[in-house]
Design a protein around this ligand. Structure first.
Ligand SMILES: NC(=O)c1ccc[n+]([C@@H]2O[C@H](COP(=O)([O-])OP(=O)(O)OC[C@H]3O[C@@H](n4cnc5c(N)ncnc54)[C@H](OP(=O)(O)O)[C@@H]3O)[C@@H](O)[C@H]2O)c1
Length: 306
């Protein structure tokens, strides 16, 4: 089977032929139909995630996958060949950018026929992080106002939809085509971050979702109401700033969870949510897909097919 691997940090990912693995007890072999890239794949390749996710080489790449169960290992009773599934693999082990992957049965979530594999693959990390940040960390409530940075990005595109679904008012920072995309996803107000300073446009925000870090994160403290919350997916916010602004702040470290992923899969059908897709690339065009992800300019998810 074909699989994308890293031979070392900062090396160009390579497409290799390797043997199809055999599932062991409690595992299944998934024939992958689609996989999604994430900024984490780029950070892993650059060695920037080594402190959280140290790699041993050669290291198979990719965490988010969707496909069909090909074979089950012994004592794997909850799943059978032909089941449509989605999963997030351990980033230190990877393996989603391949024609087949071994997945522990506890990580699998059933995908209904109504959700196609490209969309399902786009969910685990990006949608999981958006939900973890807005609901589990910030406890966003109906009637509150949330500022979502990078509203047309992978995490932001889900965050806009989830926040709207919760009954919050949504303001998003975007640029270019992102303005229209964010409006269509449900943003009540969009701010072109290239031509306008969001910190001058908004005030009294209940929750800020920071997906950018640096200066954007620092200036986000200025737009929060007293008692508001800043949650960042990029870097731990400065506690001294949080205290000075009388707000709460937190870093969201995504921990995948099959129960949450299962709820998100259901929400895609039930709540008129959708997965924003930037582009679909065959695995043979991995370099192009990876470069697009690394640009930091993607509007939605970049999907690989096999
Ligand atoms: N802590 C965790 O566990 C965790 C989990 C998931 C993601 N993350 C991190 O969260 C960040 C966002 O992830 P993602 O998947 O959403 O990334 P992404 O899809 O690559 O985000 C790309 C988007 O960012 C926008 N953007 C770039 N600079 C901007 C700025 N200054 N203001 C507003 N928008 C800007 C781009 O819009 P334009 O093209 O219009 O510029 C583009 O649409 C990444 O750093 C990722 O590593 C962390």
């Amino acid at each position: 089977m074909q699989q994308i691997i890293l031979t070392d940090y900062e090396q160009t990912p390579v497409l290799q032929d390797v043997a199809i693995p055999e599932p062991k007890e409690g595992e299944v072999l998934v024939r992958i139909a689609a996989a999604a890239l994430n900024p984490l794949d780029v950070k892993l390749q650059r060695g920037q995630a080594h402190a959280y996710f140290p790699l041993t080489f050669p290291s198979p790449m990719g965490t988010d996958l969707a496909g069909m169960i090909e074979k089950t290992g012994s004592l794997t009773s909850r799943w059978r060949a032909g089941d449509r599934v989605v999963a997030r693999l351990d980033p230190t082990k990877g393996g989603a950018f391949a024609q087949y992957a071994i997945v522990s049965e506890d990580q699998l979530v059933l995908v209904p026929e109504a959700l196609n594999f490209n969309s399902a693959a786009g969910l685990p990390t990006a949608a999981g992080t958006a939900w973890q940040a807005l609901v589990e960390s910030a406890d966003l409530q109906a009637g509150q106002t949330v500022l979502v940075h990078a509203g047309a990005g992978g995490v932001g595109s889900f965050a806009i939809q989830f926040a709207r679904g919760l009954g919050a008012r949504v303001i998003a920072t975007v640029s270019g085509d992102g303005l229209e995309i964010a409006r269509e996803l449900g943003a009540d107000q969009v701010i072109d971050y290239r031509s306008e300073d969001f910190a001058r446009r908004v005030t009294d925000i209940d929750v800020v979702l920071d997906t950018i870090g640096g200066d954007t994160q620092q200036r986000s403290f200025d737009v929060l109401r007293s008692g508001g919350k800043l949650v960042s997916t990029v870097s731990p916010p400065e506690q001294a700033l949080a205290i000075a602004h009388k707000v709460e702040s937190a870093f969201v470290f995504h921990i995948s969870n099959a129960k949450r992923l299962s709820e998100l899969v259901k929400a895609m059908g039930a709540k008129d949510h959708s997965v924003l897709i930037e582009g679909v690339f065959p695995i043979t065009s991995f370099a192009e897909a990876f470069e697009r992800q690394a640009s930091g300019r993607a509007h939605g998810k970049i999907i690989l097919t096999f």
